[in-house]
Design a protein around this ligand. Structure first.
Ligand SMILES: [Zn+2]
Ligand SMILES: [Zn+2]
Length: 428
């Protein structure tokens, strides 16, 4: 229903004369807007509209309701022929009531106190429900700034990805390193690499079960001795470095970020980069195949394992990707998530805590309003808390991520200086 329609229907409800609908509608909230003066048909006082089927003042309306609810034998002390006026209307209840009935006021239109209260609540609820939630102009502008910043700084075609050092999917290299012998929990997608058709490697089949663990274990040991076991690490280093630069550019495009002191900008970037990259990659995640479809390249869990990442991180990470992707977020919601993550006041080293906190609150409220305004039930249901839960989930992975990157660097020092700097806990 458009806004105009809602306004119209509200006014119709307010203006409709009582009883016309046959619902015994005892509206207490009539406000007539036409300028013609209205006169109470009982006493001649100024009328406030139709009450119980007649044009009356508030005084006569109340009198009629009380008289009907507490029926008492009324008798006229005069000749049963009093002329009721504004000034004498209290003097003879009997004639006043007769006048009320004679002009057509109806007892059956009086609602019980409970019914009046119920009706009031109903109207209130209906209005709250119908009140269209709208983004404020500031919120609209904030979303536009975020979406523009995102589109400018992240190339959704991923055309750059093929410039990175190649993704080595040597079957005997890495996948077993990450599978923990104790649990063996991965039902590991096995990589098959089709010969390049267009100079690009593609993941074809990920669903076949992994080969014998023991033989893989042996190979791993060999690889460990030989070094260079994280075969996709060079590609991942290039990819991550590229993504970090994008996150920095994205953040610096935002007015809200630029106005922060430089030390806090760095602290926020260090805290959020991993999370923003994760959110960004979720846009490429196919929740049916479990593959990240990044333009010319496709990645699967195995690729992350061959870069040296381990189960403690990859398990919750996969879970996160499935959960978030299933929410089918709009681009606006994704970028708001990224911004909410960026402006986390409790990252280590943040000094202007209050400023960042206020920014984050504004962004969170914008996301909430966006969902209210743009989403319909049932998808709207609990979407906001679900998104917030995903943000929390990512935060809990952040520490493990740093730990694993440092471990990888320890074994195979191919992590880029920028990548190391972003995860380092020291100041700048
Ligand atoms: Zn009156
Ligand atoms: Zn009288």
């Amino acid at each position: 229903m458009c806004i105009l329609q809602i306004r119209m229907s509200k006014e119709m409800e307010e203006l409709s004369p009582l009883g016309d609908s046959g619902h015994g509608d005892e509206s207490e909230e009539e406000t007539e807007e036409d300028d013609e003066p209205k006169i109470c048909q009982v006493c001649g006082d100024k009328s406030t509209g139709y009450h119980f089927n007649a044009m009356t003042c508030e005084g006569c309306k109340g009198f009629f309701r009380r008289a009907m609810k507490r029926p008492a034998q009324l008798s006229c002390p005069f000749q049963n022929a009093c002329v009721i006026t504004k000034s004498n209307r209290r003097q003879c209840q009997s004639c006043r009531l007769q006048k009320c009935l004679s002009i057509g006021m109806k007892r059956e239109l009086i609602m019980s106190d409970e019914a009046v209260e119920k009706r009031r609540l109903q109207i209130k609820r209906k209005r709250m429900h119908e009140e269209p939630v709208m983004l404020s102009p500031q919120q609209e502008a904030a979303i536009e700034e975020l979406v523009t910043a995102h589109q400018k700084t992240f190339d959704m075609t991923c055309a750059q990805f093929i410039q990175f050092r190649p993704l080595d999917r040597d079957q005997n290299s890495m996948s077993e390193y990450s599978r923990e012998p104790k649990t063996g929990r991965y039902s590991n997608p096995t990589m098959h690499t089709r010969p390049p058709e267009d100079g690009v490697q593609r993941t074809v089949n990920l669903s076949s079960p992994s080969s014998s663990f023991q033989s893989l274990k042996k190979n791993t040991d060999k690889r460990w001795l030989k070094g260079a076991i994280f075969t996709s690490l060079p590609h991942f280093t290039d990819l991550t470095t590229y993504m970090i630069k994008n996150v920095i550019n994205f953040s610096k495009t935002l007015e809200m970020f630029r106005t922060l002191i430089i030390e806090d900008q760095i602290s926020l970037l260090k805290g959020a980069t991993f999370e923003i990259i994760l959110i960004h990659f979720n846009m490429f995640f196919n929740e049916v195949t479990g593959i990240w479809e990044c333009g010319p390249l496709q990645y699967c869990l195995d690729d992350a394992m061959r870069a040296g990442f381990q189960q403690h991180l990859l398990d919750p990470m996969m879970n996160f990707h499935y959960t978030l992707r299933k929410l089918h977020l709009h681009e606006e919601e994704y970028v708001l998530m990224q911004a909410i993550s960026l402006f986390s006041p409790d990252r280590p080293g943040v000094t202007q805590h209050n400023v960042v906190d206020r920014n984050q609150e504004t962004l969170a409220l914008t996301l909430k309003t966006y969902i209210e305004a743009k989403r319909a039930e049932p998808e709207k249901h609990l979407l906001y808390p679900k998104i917030m839960a995903c943000l929390t989930e990512m935060r809990s992975m952040n520490e493990e991520y740093t730990k694993q990157v440092l471990k990888i660097q320890d074994i195979q020092p191919e992590v880029s200086p920028l990548w190391l700097e972003i995860i380092s806990k020291d100041g700048c």
